[in-house]
Ligand binder design. Structure first.
Ligand SMILES: [Zn+2]
Length: 487
């Protein structure tokens, strides 16, 4: 049972699927909820790209679908007015005997509540438009700038809550708890985790992380500061039952290979990056410049980047380092102002094929036809959409590549920690226990000296509940409660 010294932990979602981690630590009248997104996995969430949530009544639909924590006071009351004003009244249709939420209890509001968002990927922040204006949202200062910028250009919906951006190492009190934000290495600016002092327990949350990105030294710093925590909550995205995935290329290797590809290309070069991986965009910009080319971005991508800078994003900036970034003169420049950047036209691309590296995303593929793309031209697929061959859109991409005869290059550096790096983090921090989440196969977490906890979705527990035995032995102590649950 919870006490003044022993926090309750609850994992609402994201325990056995990639993305959509929703958890809380509560002690007395203080609670912190983290993160606040939704898994994109259609087997892990009832609403997805193929089965979208309604625009009107979206919060109610998400609550009824079990895709948001059932907690009073966490959400914008105005968005619950049509369904009785409370979470309990909203989910009532699905809470009846035998219904999906039959066994799910609605938690009471804690007086001192905060939401923590580790980074601005949708599977970690997509619930923010539903948050209560009375609940502070904590994230890194760079995440706050990126979120504000992306909402400015319509890439994300704004939140009614007040967002507080924290710098690395900054502490915040949530009632009786102390939260310290710590930067991590991930494939988006601003990614961060925390160390939480809750009563007698120290709990660390990594958010999404990797050790092969632009700032791997952040993980060593995270490990140092989290040394000896009672519980380390980490992602386990790369854990799979088949052979371990090959070690991802580092961001440095991606930049080097991009440079080599451009050096050997005599024709147009297209690239499909993930638009929020701004460090990757900066690397591509620099590789292009080193080869006498200019990176040409979509209006939407450049406008979001510029807006984030306007809101205080520390780095990178579109024109730092001296190399210019241009914008393709096809987007809606009135909606997404990118004044001050060179506008490159379709004719420019046609006539000066060796002068550009052009961002090409799914909605822009017509550009390849307009510029007469062919076998001399290269398409570098660099963590943009589609994310892999399992994505239904992959077939379309391959059709384009084949029909046009493009030279296709897969140049990928994942955002997630390899299994060996997961083990390294645990052995460096030496926590008493680990909770593996954000994973389809958390039970495959590498064996380490720490006790593995696989939380049961929606069931509160304390660390004393889960650590009743002597520590220091492996295997026999490992908790392997699986979750027979669709969400
Ligand atoms: Zn992420």
């Amino acid at each position: 049972m919870a006490s003044d010294t022993e926090p309750n932990l609850t994992f609402f979602n994201g325990t056995s699927t990639i993305g959509g981690v929703q958890a809380s630590v509560q002690i007395g009248d203080s609670a912190v909820f983290f993160d606040f997104g939704i898994t994109p996995n259609p087997t892990g969430a009832l609403f997805s790209r193929s089965s979208p949530a309604p625009v009107v009544g979206s919060l109610a639909a998400h609550l009824r679908a079990g895709m948001a924590p059932l907690v009073e006071g966490l959400y914008d009351p105005a968005q619950l007015a049509a369904t009785g004003g409370s979470v309990a009244s909203t989910v009532e249709p699905m809470a009846g005997r035998g219904r999906m939420l039959d066994q799910s209890s609605v938690l009471e509001h804690a007086k001192n509540t905060a939401i923590f968002v580790s980074h601005i990927h949708n599977d970690h922040c997509e619930l923010l438009p539903f948050a209560s204006p009375d609940v502070p949202v904590l994230m890194s200062a760079d995440s706050a700038a990126l979120y504000a910028g992306l909402t400015d250009v319509g890439a994300l919906r704004p939140t009614p809550a007040s967002v507080r951006g924290l710098v690395d190492g900054e502490h915040v009190s949530i009632g009786g708890m102390d939260l310290e934000l710590i930067h991590v290495d991930h494939d988006i600016p601003g990614a961060a985790g925390f160390i939480l002092q809750a009563g007698d327990r120290r709990i660390a949350w990594t958010g999404d992380w990797r050790a092969h990105g632009h700032v791997p030294e952040r993980m060593a710093a995270f490990a140092e500061r989290a040394a000896g925590v009672d519980l380390l909550i980490t992602e386990g995205t790369t854990l799979r039952p088949d052979s371990s995935p090959a070690q991802s290329l580092s961001e440095t290797e991606v930049a080097q290979r991009a440079d080599r590809i451009l050096t050997t290309t005599d024709g147009l070069a297209f690239v499909t990056p993930y638009p929020r991986n701004l460090r990757r965009l900066a690397s591509l910009r620099d590789a292009a410049a080193a080869n006498g080319r200019t990176l040409v971005l979509r209006h939407e991508t450049l406008a979001g980047w510029r807006a984030a800078v306007t809101h205080g994003l520390s780095a990178p900036h579109p024109n730092d380092g001296g190399a210019p970034v241009a914008v393709l003169a096809t987007g809606d420049a009135n909606t997404h102002p990118t004044a001050g950047h060179t506008q490159v036209t379709i004719d420019d691309l046609r006539q000066n094929r060796n002068d550009f590296l052009v961002e090409l995303q799914v909605p822009d593929r017509w550009v390849a036809l307009a510029v007469g793309a062919g076998p001399d031209d290269v398409l570098i697929h660099s963590n943009g959409q589609p994310l892999g061959s399992w994505d239904p859109e992959w077939t379309s991409l391959m059709a384009w590549v084949q029909a046009l005869g493009l030279d296709f290059v897969w140049l990928d550096s994942g955002g997630h920690a390899a299994p060996d790096d997961l083990a390294w983090l645990v052995e460096t921090i030496r926590p008493t226990s680990i909770a593996a989440v954000h994973s389809a196969h958390p039970q495959l977490f590498p064996r380490t000296s720490a006790q593995l906890i696989l939380p049961t979705r929606g069931q509160p527990f304390t660390l004393s509940d889960r650590l009743p035995r002597a520590l220091g032995t492996r295997g026999a102590d490992v908790e392997r409660t699986m979750i027979p649950c669709v969400l």
